[in-house]
Design a protein around this ligand. Sequence first.
Ligand code: SF4
Ligand code: ZN
Length: 270
Amino acid sequence: MDVEKKVAETIKKYKLLKKSDKVVVALSGGKDSTSVLYILKKLGYDVYGLMIDLYLGKWSDVHRENMTRFCGENEIPLVVVDLKKEIGQGICFVKAVLAKKKGLTGCTVCGIVKKWILNRWARKMGADVIVTGHNLDDEAQNVLMNYLKGNVLLGAGMGPATGNGSGEGFVQRVKPLFFVPEAEVLKYSRERKFDILYDRCPCAFGTYRVDTREWMVENMSDEDKLKDVEGLMDSVKGVGVDVRDVLKCEVCGEVSRGKICKACEIFGCI
Ligand code: SF4
Ligand code: ZN
């Protein structure tokens, strides 16, 4: 089945989107988010791009220019959030300080900050739903990483629709590429000659996820990845899912699992 059909079927089967929804697509500038934006526009959804300028040097500059051009050509409104204006620092500084002060390594810090900004800005834009470009390989990596951490139940809430949609101020996040292997997205993007960067983020090295990804490329077929992801979704559905109330962060007012959200814990350190 081709990529566009898989996306349409996933949306239908899991009721991810409605044609009346205001759909904000989180854009990194890479092949996955660019492809999903393009496909949703083609399928007739009311799409908007939302990009965060992380200040990762030239890499961020080129991604921002590419997405500005891509959205212009495809008549898609684009909002670019400037991280320095939002939190006063670029992501490299934040990561470096946190690594030193809290021993947090890899992309964890970046992921928390991005999620915080996406929810905040998607809400400001009046979004009904946030779309991310996560593909089957990303999900299979999660399954494997959780297994290696000794806690497969960390993946109990996994699926094409993620997060707890019940909290006030929370914008539901969905993943229409959930069942599409990375190689198929890459082929789709190249065939359409999307004028984008295919390089990995310059900070994506030496992390658990990168190591897992490299192992998977050598040892797992796309069928294996699908079996793993579907198998976990079936076997641990709902088991151990965090059912605590969603609170409002006492500092920033964003949705939070505790009194203070993870992002504000980070901001308190920089
Ligand atoms: Fe952030 Fe890591 Fe992704 Fe780079 S690879 S954008 S540092 S989460
Ligand atoms: Zn907060």
